[in-house]
Design a protein. Structure first.
Length: 755
């Protein structure tokens, strides 16, 4: 039995000993050239030209004029996102040229020495101003139910609010990197640190003006991705491939951390504006809200981020009359992109602010208001766009988390502490989540896998998902091992490659195990069926009497002891000329969406979770610390509890970083000032709560149509960190607390409350 057992990450030892090979560790092919990007020093302007001096070690400098195909790296192919700027500069740090040199040092020196001629133009940098002038990247998305205006007018009580949430840098340990090697007949083999090999393939082919089949893309592992290597990895691969195409030599492009941070997108900052109507019991009757994402200068993946934000704006709560408007603002900054949660983390913030305001107005606790408005039970269990939520499961994760956290007892302890400490304040916050699992675009919900069984019974597995440290490969290998009834050691995991499994979807949206697990299982099941027929013929029994378990194949009949090893049967199949190779394909069923009516069932299911966080705040300095966190996460029947627990812990800490310390800063000229670990603060080991209690929901209701009845775990736990935001407001009593809640921002909020 492989599934459901806490098995270590397949590369755990290799990661910890340094033996795991990432793209930059691979042997460099003969004749390799190194690339370095020339970036724009201004946020907006007209590119008049570029002076390219003769520099030592430089082989060639590439600009937009050297691109044989369309100068377009957009995921949608809309023609509005150039690989290299031409004509207009659209953000500080925009790539203008690529230097190719014999060494990386020579390339970096040359890139620093090249000065583009730019006539500066006024830059539009403030999303508040973009909102006021209605400068949108796309039309508004609106989800509505009932008459929100009339319900607001009729409500006994009303409140309104506004707050801002900042973006977040991915800060993957391995920066963006691609190696392009020219082959025969115009083929270019690209090794990329990417979550989406197929998109790298498509964008490279578009830039070069060639067919997809000439661009095999592979990825064995990434040193982190978090969404930052979904679309951004594509243009890194395209730049490297362009260099290989024009020079006929292999090209490696690995931007330094500062260049990576300047040129790649972030989590979208959001502006929130809302008005709610409610009664004295805390029941929210009406809500009219605007969620405005700062998309930067171009679309990138902003439509999907905005879609997920607006579909998650009510989270697990029910409001009878609601109007939710989602906007994508244009500013002259880097184009923001996918980040773990993909708009969901921003969307769920809305109701937390509403609940806090309703609690203040009614004199109730936020938890009482929370419980009063859970979907299901006495309330309508449908979202405003028409998809059902499981009210019983919402209430169960919250009840169990509240019990685990000893909520009532600790409330009293915190009250005693605050009564005896003049400057330190402790606070307790909660959060409950319902997060939809599936890509918002229907055709992306598909996956393929390729499985080979060799004549000795060893198994080779390839699937369309990518490994970025999250343990996807070992989970899919467990699925295959379970399907054949063999030990995990029999399954060999191979690098993701568009040459083996084509037309893949990105490893994103928490769908990696769901999609690729099913595809691998279907491939394995097809082979197992053929093997069973061989055994059945040999033993003269029906094929359904053949059982695979414990590395053996046997007849599942009382008194029949005939059996053979799995490897022996594989050899027999080979002798009998039976194919032991199969592809598996899976597409998520029963999802649909009407983009005009903004109605449908876009998610296959919801993942539920709850959290409680305790903080302590120094009210003299604004410094704060998370003292304890209690999390309960619904994983269905977990494929691998050890991997899932690691994902939950890591996601919570990353979410905590976004909400408390990771601050992106641009100056008034549009230059990003947080371009490295000296100026951009990610959580460290000492930021992890000293008391960190994580529990997978026991005996979780299991769906029969998910892979081995498991549920996704990649993104949902990040949002459980929202309890930290609520705990900070509980500790300080502030009404408005913009994010990230850095010490200086928290101190300003405390002082504003005091005044």
């Amino acid at each position: 039995m492989s599934v459901g057992i806490p098995i270590a990450h397949d590369s755990a030892l290799a990661h910890t000993t340094g033996a795991a090979r990432f793209a930059d560790d691979l042997a460099e092919p003969p004749g390799l050239l190194h690339g370095a990007l020339v970036l724009s020093p201004v946020a907006r302007g007209v590119l008049d030209g570029i002076d390219i001096p003769v520099l030592p070690g430089v082989v060639r400098v590439l600009t937009a004029a050297d691109i044989p195909g369309p100068n377009d790296i957009s995921p949608s192919g809309n023609g509005k996102e150039p690989l290299f700027a031409e004509g207009t500069i659209r953000h500080h740090g925009q790539p203008i040229a690529l230097v190719l040199a014999e060494t990386r040092d020579a390339a970096l020196r040359a890139a620093a020495a090249i000065t583009p001629a730019i006539t500066p133009l006024p830059a539009q940098l403030d999303p508040e101003e973009a909102l006021a002038r209605e400068d949108y990247l796309m039309p508004p998305q609106v989800i509505a139910r009932g008459d929100a205006s009339a319900a607001l007018a009729a409500a006994p009580l009303t409140a309104e609010g506004r707050f801002n949430a900042g973006g977040q840098e991915h800060f993957y340990l391995e920066s963006q990197i691609a190696i392009a090697v020219p082959g025969e007949d115009g083929e270019f083999a690209v090794t990329s640190s990417t979550q989406h090999p197929t998109e790298v393939q498509h964008v490279v082919a578009r830039i070069l003006g060639c067919d997809y089949n000439r661009v095999p893309v592979s990825c064995r592992r990434m040193g982190g991705g978090f969404g930052g290597k979904e679309s951004n990895a594509s243009w890194i691969g395209a730049a490297a491939a362009l260099g290989a195409h024009l020079t006929g030599r292999p090209v490696k492009l690995r931007p330094p951390r500062r260049v990576d941070m300047a040129a790649t997108g972030k989590r979208h900052p959001f502006l929130f504006r809302w008005k709610a109507g409610f009664d004295a019991s805390g029941r929210i009757l009406a809500l009219d809200a605007t969620l405005a994402a700062d998309g930067g200068h171009s679309l990138d993946l902003t439509p999907g981020v905005v879609f997920r934000a607006v579909t998650h704006a009510l989270n697990c709560y029910d409001v009878a009359a609601v109007r939710l408007t989602a906007l994508a603002l244009r500013t002259d900054t880097v184009s923001h992109t996918a980040f773990r949660g993909f708009g969901g983390p921003q969307g769920v913030l809305l109701m937390e602010d509403v609940i806090s305001a309703v609690a203040r107005a009614t004199g109730l606790t936020p938890e009482a208001v929370r419980e009063r408005n859970f979907a299901g039970g006495d309330n309508d269990a449908l979202t405003p766009y028409g998809q059902a939520l499981e009210g019983d499961l919402i209430r169960r994760v919250w009840a169990e988390c509240r019990t685990d956290a000893r909520w009532d007892e600790r409330r009293a302890e915190i009250a005693d502490f605050n009564a005896t400490h003049p400057f330190l304040r402790r606070g307790l916050g909660s959060f409950v989540l319902a997060f939809g699992i599936s890509f918002g675009i229907r055709h992306m919900n598909q996956a393929g896998a390729l499985v080979h069984v060799y004549a000795d019974g060893s198994i080779r597995l390839n699937h369309g998902g990518t490994e970025m440290g999250q343990g996807l490969n070992v989970k899919i290998a467990q699925v295959v091992a379970e399907s054949f009834g063999v030990p995990l050691a029999r399954v060999r995991i191979t690098a993701t490659s568009t040459a083996e499994v084509p037309n893949t979807s990105p490893t994103a949206a928490s769908t990696g195990s769901d999609l690729n697990g099913w595809a691998a299982h279907l491939a394995a099941r097809a082979i197992r069926s053929r093997m069973a027929e061989v055994a059945a013929t040999l033993w003269e029994v029906p094929a359904d009497a053949i059982t695979f378990a414990e590395d053996r194949v046997f007849v599942a009949r009382p008194g029949d002891n005939r059996a053979m090893g799995f490897g022996d049967l594989a050899h027999r199949c080979w002798i009998e000329r039976v194919s032991l190779s199969a592809t598996g394909f899976y597409s998520t069923p029963d999802i649909h969406w009407d983009p005009v009516a903004m109605h449908g069932e876009p998610f296959f299911y919801f993942s539920y979770g709850a959290s409680v966080a305790e903080v302590v705040v120094d009210t003299l300095t604004g410094e704060h610390r998370v003292l304890r966190a209690d999390l309960v996460q619904d994983c269905g029947r977990s494929l691998n509890p050890a991997i899932d627990r690691g994902q939950i812990e890591g996601a919570f800490v990353q979410g905590m970083g976004w909400l408390t310390c990771e601050e992106l800063v641009w100056d008034d000229q549009g230059r990003q000032r947080t371009l490295g670990p000296s100026t951009y603060k990610i959580p460290g080991s000492r930021d992890v709560p000293p008391a960190f209690n994580v529990r997978l929901l026991a005996d979780a209701p299991a769906r029969s149509d998910t892979i081995f009845r498991s549920k996704a775990v990649g993104e949902p736990p990040l949002m459980l960190a929202t309890a930290v935001w609520n705990a900070l407001r509980d500790a300080t009593g502030v009404d408005r607390l913009d994010l990230p809640a850095t010490p200086d921002r928290l101190l300003r909020a405390i002082r504003a409350r005091g005044s």
